[in-house]
Design a protein around this ligand. Structure first.
Ligand SMILES: C[S@@+](CC[C@H](N)C(=O)[O-])C[C@H]1O[C@@H](n2cnc3c(N)ncnc32)[C@H](O)[C@@H]1O
Length: 216
């Protein structure tokens, strides 16, 4: 009983620590700034809902999808009184394949693509292109592979968070990072007009935070 209580407290501390580290090291405000008010948003790989929390007050509706049961539970608790937010526990690709065409104005993948194999990344982007509205925007927040030294620092920080501090179930998971130009080229082939925003340059950040905006 005592041990159970202990681990529950520890779990909460770990969750809080993970959220704080994510908020501290990632310029998420610059991702949310790209999103106009009153639109219908889909966040794929929403985690515990850090990004959704920043948007909740000014969106028509937000749907978050994540396959991590613990993170989904945290997000469900956080948004239990928010009628304009839906959290779905499930796999991104499976969700997209079962979603009607042109449903969302905005689709966000924030530091999520890299935990998916290259082949599935392409399929997900193709499905996003189908599911997004005619004039919609796809927002990819990634860790770019250049400049090389910033990429290496980003990998070091990820190892510290996942392998040393063991702050996520992503522990032991492989990552598949691609350059912003490769992803932009893929989006262009799907009919998006792209803009690359190197957030790390704007904010002198030592990590290679980058946003790729794809407008239909
Ligand atoms: C680094 S976290 C980012 C969370 C959130 N986007 C944010 O900005 O705070 C990546 C999330 O993607 C989720 N994820 C990765 N692959 C997934 C998949 N195939 N289906 C559903 N969720 C996935 C993980 O569980 C994790 O919560």
């Amino acid at each position: 009983m005592q041990t159970q209580k202990h681990s529950r407290h520890l779990g909460k501390i770990v969750d809080l620590l993970q959220t704080r580290i994510r908020q501290w090291i990632t310029p998420l405000n610059h991702v949310t700034q790209c999103i106009p008010n009153g639109v219908n948003v889909l966040e794929l790989g929403c985690g515990q809902g850090i990004l959704i929390q920043k948007l909740a007050g000014r969106m028509q509706h937000i749907t978050g999808v994540d396959y991590d049961p613990r993170k989904c539970q945290l997000a469900l608790e956080l948004f239990k009184d928010s009628p304009n937010i839906t959290i779905i526990k499930g796999d991104i690709l499976e969700y997209l394949r079962n979603t009607p065409t042109q449903l969302y104005d905005i689709i966000i993948l924030a530091d999520t693509l890299a935990s998916i194999t290259m082949e599935n990344q392409d399929t997900i982007l193709e499905e996003c292109s189908r599911v997004i509205q005619e004039k919609g925007t796809l927002i990819l927040k990634i860790m770019d592979v250049t400049p090389r030294y910033k990429y290496k620092i980003s990998l070091l920080v990820a190892s510290l968070v996942y392998k040393v501090l063991r702050l996520s179930i992503s522990d032991g998971q492989r990552f598949y990072h691609r350059s912003s130009t490769t992803l932009a080229t893929k989006l262009q082939s799907l009919g998006f007009t792209t803009t690359i925003l190197p957030l790390h340059q704007i904010h002198y950040n030592p990590l290679s935070h980058t946003v790729i905006l794809g407008k239909k």
